[in-house]
Write a protein that binds this ligand. Structure first.
Ligand SMILES: Cc1ncc(COP(=O)(O)O)c(C=O)c1O
Length: 430
């Protein structure tokens, strides 16, 4: 089935419901409390044991009871700038702004930039919601078949032209490297091509790199758009995924070089000063330590990345064994299956699109996923996002066991969770 053309959409009003991902996670927790045994593939959280040194640093930061500077303190900003420099992106601490999660920083940015937002389709659900919340239109640009995180360079200029003739004013392009929902790590060449188009079209690029340190096959092969057009790329990141600290709410942005970047920085800082004042001192204490990448944190991260990689590859292989399609995930902890090949079989169960597929999986197979429509995909497609990180264990002790193991697929609770995934996905095809 072909997708609809990426027309500009004025979606008009602020969301009135809790975000679908958070709502699903809360629903699964409620169902579990009521006795259901849910296979939870519906939430993008690392949920791994935290590193004790991070907790120690957080505790040491408890004495930091003053508000502190809006952008974060100098030590944390220095550590962040050095973190980016180690990834080939020259950076100074004055370009760094911390916030309570990169999600809040993305929202603050959308408050100050003019124009509409160009999103790859599919892409993380929050971008669309935040664009709508900020009174912006969404211009969808399809990702190349089998890939993710970037719009198809061959299509992007045409989409922008169409959007402008439909009255939209696309000014911001959001990229996700590695990607959520597909887990794809966009290649260096395609990333550069998209950056060149962004230059020609005068777009600000937001490069969401929250998964950069999770599961990369070859970190050197990963390029940041900031390497190609540093004066128009704003990078967001944080330790939520790579260090499993989503609930600590630490995020940071690296603003572009030059006058555009410093103007944007001051405007986002102004929003931050009115909304969250500063990032919590204990959080900054832990962030400074994590961003300085001491050996114990680097090896923790590598172990976590290896675990995510092993489990995600196992789920990807299951998807392919069932005969469904999926882009090959090389980063993050997601697989994005497409059951189009089983449209007729699924129709026998009343499953005709991604909302009915999502509902069918929950109601008939006790399996929680987010349908592709949440990520901007055409709802008629039979796609969903499977988050693999929660397969590592439903209790702290089990997650620790998986984390410490060199052979996580041999651990009974991991192998039985994977067997259940295989069983459920196979049932979809029969
Ligand atoms: C692509 C992407 N960006 C950002 C975030 C949120 O990160 P943070 O915890 O820094 O707000 C998520 C979390 O799901 C994500 O998937």
């Amino acid at each position: 089935m072909s997708r609809q053309p990426g027309k500009a959409q004025s979606e008009g009003r602020a969301p009135t419901h809790v975000a679908a991902n958070l709502a699903l996670d809360a629903r699964v927790a409620r169902m579990a409390r009521e006795g259901s045994d849910i296979l939870h593939l519906g939430f993008g959280e690392a949920r791994l044991p935290f590193h004790q040194h991070l907790a120690d640093r957080l505790a040491q930061g408890a004495s930091r009871t003053s508000y502190g500077p809006v952008a974060g303190d100098a030590r944390a900003r220095d550590a962040a700038a050095a973190y980016f420099r180690r990834r080939g992106v020259p950076s100074e601490s004055g370009q760094i702004l911390f916030g309570p999660g990169s999600k809040a920083l993305l929202w603050a940015l959308l408050q100050v930039v003019p124009g509409d937002v160009v999103l790859p389709r599919p892409s993380w659900l929050t971008y669309r919601s935040q664009a709508v919340l900020s009174g912006k239109r969404v211009v969808w640009a399809d990702v190349p078949p089998g890939l993710g995180g970037l719009p198809d360079p061959a299509e992007l200029s045409r989409r922008l032209r169409d959007a402008r003739s439909a009255g939209a004013d696309p000014r911001v392009l959001v990229l996700t490297l590695p990607d959520n929902p597909t887990g794809v790590v966009a290649g260096r060449e395609e990333t550069e091509r998209v950056c060149r188009i962004a230059e020609e079209e005068d777009l600000l690029v937001v490069s969401d790199e929250i998964y950069r340190d999770v599961m990369a096959v070859d970190p050197a092969a990963q390029a940041s758009p900031a390497e190609f057009c540093p004066e128009r790329v704003l990078v967001t990141t944080g330790p939520s995924k790579s260090l499993g600290l989503g609930g600590w709410r630490i995020g940071l942005a690296r603003f572009p070089d030059g006058p555009l970047g410093s103007d944007l920085f001051h405007r986002v800082e102004a929003v931050a000063s009115e909304v969250w004042s500063t990032t919590a001192g204990p959080q900054l204490e832990a962030a400074e330590y994590a961003l300085s990448e001491p050996p114990e944190i680097v090896s923790y991260r590598a172990r976590a990345a290896r675990l995510h990689r092993t489990v995600t590859e196992a789920v990807y292989r299951i998807v392919r064994r069932t005969g469904a399609d999926a882009p090959r995930p090389d980063g993050a902890f997601y697989v994005y299956p497409d059951f189009e090949a089983y449209r007729d079989e699924l129709a026998l169960h009343g499953v005709v699109d991604s909302p009915s597929l999502e509902a069918h999986l929950l109601e008939h197979h006790e399996t929680a996923v987010l349908g592709g429509h949440h990520f901007g995909d055409d709802p008629r497609l039979l796609r969903f996002r499977a988050s693999t990180s929660l397969l590592c264990g439903t209790t702290e002790q089990r997650r620790r066991h998986a984390f410490d193991s060199d052979e996580p697929l041999l651990i009974p609770h991991v192998s039985s969770a994977l067997a259940r995934v295989e069983d459920v996905f196979t049932k979809l095809t029969t």
